[in-house]
Design a binder for this molecule. Sequence first.
Ligand SMILES: *Cc1c(COP(=O)(O)O)cnc(C)c1O
Length: 371
Amino acid sequence: MVDLKGQYQNIQEEIDEAVLNVIRSTAYINGPEVKSFKAELENYLGVNHVIPCANGTDALQIAMMALELQPGDEVIVPCFTYVATAEVIALLRLKPILVDVDKDTFNINIEEMEKAITSKTKAIVPVHLFGQCADMEAIMNIADKHSLFVIEDTAQAIGADYTFSDGTIKKAGTIGTIGCTSFFPSKNLGCYGDGGAMFCNDAELAEKLRIKANHGQSRQYVHDQVGVNSRLDSIQAAILRIKLRHLDDYSAARLKAAKYYNQQLADVSGLQTPVFNPDSTHVFHQYTLQCDGIDRDDLKKYLNDKNIPCMVYYPIPLHHQEAYKQENTGDKDFPVTIELCANVISLPIHTELTYEAQDVIINGIKEYFNK
Ligand SMILES: *Cc1c(COP(=O)(O)O)cnc(C)c1O
């Protein structure tokens, strides 16, 4: 699904030198590389504060801890997402309130989201799924109206731009109260291990996030609150500094590959190609088709038997997972999520994808429909 080796080989000299430099420096934790990466990412995103941490799941957890959400507080999340988003909510004994998504964009449905707000709601966690932004202008307006925090899960959309109706453009993750991202190797900005970060514009909140991520330590050996230990290590920061310089090119390469798939698959009846949110650029973390009137699992098996990689993100809706089954909500509340879990199929998309490789995939799909 991704070609991490091909991507590495294209920047191998720079990466090898940077990694060796960290090893030789012995500044393995919180060294100068972490500080430089933090500053460079702030500059790239146009955000005042980046707080690096150990992974994207930690970023979400620390964000909720720093906002002092209390057990029983309700936090709204889309039902169609990776489990991490709901997991940290439950872990902190907050109450995840699942909401259905839009069939076209896979992102949280604004009307359903507004309906889910109660007097106990404290935060909304929009997920910019597969690489394009949720409808952030509407989300921010509703959040302001109800005084709710917005924690953006931008693990799949780093680098995407969102345009407001007044023409203002902001990067995904810099719009809400806090943005959270992951540098897992297969993410659009991936390191060679685990990594993550939080973004915010408010200096006081940034300090709270830093303290929470560092054992709740306000001054050395002074712990006024319970925190966690979540750090980005220097080797990963050195790798990320190099890859950040390529991020816009990587996004462009993904978009180009997606447009080629869109063009070649446009007239395959039985498949819906990805729909663009007009207010967001798309960085195509995943290229996801919807099957219409055909058996998705049969198509997947046909392609896999021909050694054509494809995956289903995500096959099981959150409310069917044993850990996140909710009282009083069943399939009737999540018709789109149910449909998507049965219909979606994602094709390989990465920065080194060639037209030739795409043609093999495209021809495999066309053969399935002509068989
Ligand atoms: C990858 C991902 C995460 C978690 O990131 P990790 O670094 O693996 O902890 C959270 N949310 C979404 C939407 C993701 O895709």
